[in-house]
Design a protein around this ligand. Structure first.
Ligand SMILES: *Cc1c(COP(=O)(O)O)cnc(C)c1O
Length: 377
């Protein structure tokens, strides 16, 4: 069997191990220490907002703390992009809030501002506490429109930027638009700490409160005193060392993922029926974390997204259907959904192609050979 080609696998830059070794040599094997501080500083520097980062155990934890800090409780409403991974929506359910699902629009595949406005009008008499757009596969959402509507209705925005570190809209980094944002450093993201995440905010009080809640909300006292319910969500100093090394190569990783995306575009030029997830115009800069395509079987001679996935799989190459919209999931049956079903049609026709920054020329030869065999048949 040939080696597995993964959808998106970890890609170390080289210096990660030095930071991890340092943690061992100095015995900082704890959820605090110089690597945690250094990693937070590196992210804040990168995003261009000082003290904007709290390093946590996961992106899901970051979203959970963001919701907690907006005091979202049972029966409050959160307007959330339906087209996403469950890590976006689970934390809303942890707090017992109601999810109102918003469709995608055709340009970015992210939260549709028109559907959002309809949803807000429809829920005028409810306690709507947050708007949660996602920058899916690295593509920035329509942040101008979303922020304008959020301001009009006076509802804070939490950005799910788990897939979009390094992406920009109008030259401003994803994760710096909303009241708060979440990043993820899970194993398959553009950079990784094996598992990890961060809460981002330009409001330092949220960053400090996130660190407080993430370390069991211990009040200042010699004994253990608690006036808040906390969590054990702080990032470990060992894995933060991996993060420091990864930050050194982040820009390189962005360029490598973008180069992969370009390669697929060149390849598919000769085949009709394939539409790429694309930057709508020069305002958008995607890290192209994953290259995503839509396949129209009426134009491909009957070839479907499943045919492509199964063909690649037979050659030990991983690909993945697009996220199944959350309003179509059994756990959220009966929820409100606003839109015409754009994200459902994406799900029905879409596929993510292998997109790791560590893909080699040889890997691409194998991928394209498999695709050629399918399309020439
Ligand atoms: C990965 C991801 C998350 C969750 O991040 P974890 O670090 O895995 O908890 C949330 N939202 C989206 C869109 C993601 O891709």
């Amino acid at each position: 069997m040939k080696n597995k080609i993964w959808l998106s696998s970890p890609h170390m830059g080289g210096s990660e191990q030095n930071y991890v070794n340092e943690a061992f040599q100095t015995n900082w094997i704890a959820p605090l220490g110089p690597n945690v501080n250094g990693f937070e500083q590196d992210i804040s520097d990168y995003l261009g907002i000082q003290n904007s980062t709290a390093a946590l155990t996961s992106g899901t934890a970051a979203l959970h703390l963001a919701l907690r800090m907006l005091n979202i409780v049972k029966d409050d409403v959160v307007m959330v992009q339906s087209f996403t991974f469950c890590g976006t929506t689970n934390p809303i359910s942890y707090e017992g809030a109601e999810l109102v699902f918003i469709d995608s629009e055709l340009d970015t595949w992210n939260m549709c501002p028109i559907a959002l406005k309809n949803a807000l009008d429809h829920n005028k008499n409810r306690s709507v506490k947050a708007i949660l757009p996602v920058h899916l596969y690295g593509m920035p959402a329509k942040m101008d429109d979303i922020l304008q509507i959020a301001e009009e209705y006076n509802v804070p925005v939490i950005e799910d930027a788990a897939e979009a570190l390094g992406s920009k809209f109008k030259n401003k980094f994803c994760g710096t638009f909303g009241t708060m944002a979440a990043l993820s450093f899970n194993g398959n993201k553009i950079i990784t700490t094996s598992g990890g995440g961060a809460l981002i905010s330009k409001h330092i009080n949220y960053v400090e409160k996130a660190r407080f809640l993430a370390t069991q909300a211990r009040d200042e006292a010699p004994h253990y005193q608690h006036s808040n319910i906390g969590y054990n969500y702080r990032m470990s100093n060992v894995v933060a060392g991996i993060g420091r090394g990864q930050m050194e190569v982040l820009n390189k990783r962005v360029m490598q993922r973008r180069a992969n995306n370009q390669r697929y575009r060149e390849f598919f030029k000769r085949y009709p029926g394939i539409t790429f997830h694309s930057e709508p115009n020069k305002d958008y800069f995607s890290n192209f974390w994953l290259t995503a395509i839509l396949i129209d079987p009426e134009l491909t001679g009957g070839i479907t997204k499943d045919d492509i996935r199964l063909k690649l799989d037979s050659e030990n190459i991983e690909s993945r259907p697009l996220w199944k919209p959350m309003h179509m999931q059994p756990i959220y049956e009966g929820s409100q959904f606003f839109g015409s079903g754009v994200c459902k049609s994406f799900f029905e026709q879409g596929l993510c192609l292998p997109s790791g920054s560590n893909l080699t020329d040889k890997d691409f030869v194998r991928i394209f050979k498999a695709l050629r065999q399918l399309f020439y048949k």
